[in-house]
Design a protein around this ligand. Structure first.
Ligand code: AHR
Length: 532
């Protein structure tokens, strides 16, 4: 865990995930190459996900029109305001596993006439607590929410228990101009004459599991049946079910099997990859932990880097031009049950500084792989797994993860910039002994002449004194920075202490052409600077 030796930029590989070095650093110099920008970081990488599960939709998002909780037509106002504030680019809905049991017609029309239906998550509810789906929040409510936020809708269609014709009707209902199809007129009669213009459609979810327990070749056949007659009112972006990336073997077999079976057919625009930092099989707790558990979570999270590379390479064997991009539409740290806000809020967790640091490191991975990723969606935005918000009735709090989303905003739509990161790996305690973890996570981007540099120091012990240089004669002229950290690695935001973990401005100096700053231990720092 100690860092001692100063290392010069260029002495090691780009990207912060190089093999362990001989020496550790208390100081380091990193090199940015703004003159060699890479891919645009798709804003959709900073995307969202809400599912009919526990307290996500009902309470987290939907409080009802008659609620005393401030709301916009039944939608929690604070949720709308904060999602807008961070520029939430998209929203995936209605699941998750729920999607493959959902029949869209149940959620349209007069609210009082909507049926009560079975929810997949009933099986996880504590004895005596019911998860009956009331369908009060349906398609029109979802679209209203998206419009209020300014988020692009991403709808997961029912392949597991639905039919191609049900799917096609849903698409037509959403996208056909009023006055053309009866379905479009029905939408207009239900209050929305303007077509929804939904481009992003997930063709099933986790079809290897809760979405139908299929083999990849079976799913490929289903996929083709579902998309061949797709009603083309918009330029569609269809997302096929991809692998369970957090499986021990990365589930590369799913990717191989699907693309083999798709040989000779039109490939999807997107291929979903789910990657949970899955601690459910471990005794790790979400809110109470020591150093080995801190590092274990971060180390497991960093596996995503290789999982992305492996699947991308595999996809390239079938599609050298990479027409299909990755859509990482579920990611987050998933702990075993135990820290739910209330028994019915299944899969809700205590979110600490550890999860915020994990978020920074994950976003750096996404940014560095920008050319491969069309979208990513945190699982889930509120009251579930890696949440940005926790709510209970009139109580609402932003978690430390929310602040990282807020800090990284300026990466959205900017062009990725290579970062030479020579910081030595840390030798850290984990559950099974010792392991190596990158000593610094970094990613950078440029828009016009403004550079954004994200830096995460995962060490619990030592700060890092950093010099940031620019290749190709670029010079920094002014800079500002913010930091998210806390003296307690377990720090969290609660209803009683909502601002325990929040960003603060952070000193950064422009010295000659470079930047100098100190990176505190267990911290995420975001630097924005102008260059000439
Ligand atoms: O996000 C919770 C669940 O995790 C989703 O419903 C499912 O797709 C995944 O297994």
């Amino acid at each position: 865990m100690n860092r001692r030796t100063f290392l010069k930029a260029g002495a090691a590989a780009v990207g912060g995930l190089a093999a362990s070095h001989l020496a550790f650093a208390a100081e380091a110099e990193i090199l940015l190459s703004p003159g060699e920008p890479g891919a645009v970081i798709n804003p959709h990488i900073y995307g969202h996900f809400i599912e009919h599960l526990g307290g996500v939709i009902y309470d987290g998002v939907w409080v009802g029109r008659d609620s005393s909780i401030p709301n916009v037509d039944g939608i929690r106002k604070q949720f709308v305001d904060d999602m807008k504030r961070i520029g939430a680019p998209n929203l995936r809905w209605p699941g998750g596993c729920f999607a493959d049991g959902y029949h869209w017609r149940d959620g349209i029309g007069k609210v009082s006439g909507r049926p009560r239906t079975y929810n997949f998550w009933q099986r996880r509810m504590p004895a005596g607590i019911d998860a009956t789906e009331t369908n009060q929040f349906g398609l029109h409510e979802f679209m209203h929410l998206c419009r209020l936020i300014g988020a692009e809708p991403y709808v997961a269609a029912n392949v597991g228990s639905g039919t191609p014709s049900e799917f096609h009707d849903w698409v037509s209902y959403c996208n056909a101009p009023t006055g053309t199809l009866s379905l479009a007129d029905e939408r207009a009669a239900n209050g929305d004459p303007q077509p929804f213009g939904i481009r992003y459609w997930g063709v099933g979810n986790e079809s290897w599991g809760c979405g139908g327990a299929m083999r990849p070749e079976e799913y490929a056949t289903k996929y083709r049946q579902f998309v061949t007659q797709f009603p083309n009112y918009t330029d569609p972006f269809l997302v096929a079910t991809g692998p369970r990336g957090h499986s021990a073997d990365g589930d590369i077999g799913w990717t191989t099997g699907f693309f083999e079976a798709m040989h000779g057919f039109e490939p999807p625009q997107g291929f979903s990859l789910h990657f949970y930092t899955d601690l459910r099989p471990t005794p790790l707790e979400a809110g109470d932990f020591k150093a080995p558990e801190w590092y274990e979570v971060l180390l497991r999270g960093m596996r995503l880097d290789k999982v992305i590379d492996d699947h991308w390479k595999e996809m390239g064997k079938f599609d050298a031009a990479h027409r299909t991009k990755l859509v990482i539409d579920e990611w987050g740290v998933w702990y075993a049950p135990g820290s739910e806000i209330a028994p019915s809020y299944i899969l809700s967790e205590t979110i600490t500084l550890r999860d915020a640091v994990h978020t920074g490191m994950t976003f750096d991975i996404f940014n560095r792989h920008a050319e491969k990723i069309a979208m990513a969606n945190v699982a889930q935005s509120v009251n579930c797994i890696h949440s940005l918000f926790v709510t209970q009735g009139d109580k609402f709090v932003r978690t430390p993860v929310y602040h990282v989303f807020d800090m990284y905003r300026s990466h959205m739509g900017a062009r990725q910039v290579p970062v030479s990161n020579p910081v030595a790996n840390l030798n850290v305690p984990v559950l099974a002994g010792q392991a190596h973890l990158p000593g610094l996570s970094a990613s950078a981007s440029i828009r016009d002449r403004r550079v954004t540099l994200a830096l995460t120091n995962p060490s619990l012990d030592s700060s890092l004194s950093l010099r940031v240089s620019f290749a190709g004669g670029a010079r920094a002229t002014e800079a500002r920075a913010s930091v998210l950290t806390h003296s307690d690695m377990r720090a969290t935001n609660s209803f009683a202490d909502p601002d325990e973990v929040k960003p603060a401005t952070h000193p950064v100096r422009v010295v000659a052409d470079r930047l100098e700053l100190n990176l505190p231990r267990q911290a995420v720092v975001l630097v924005e600077c102008a260059i000439t």
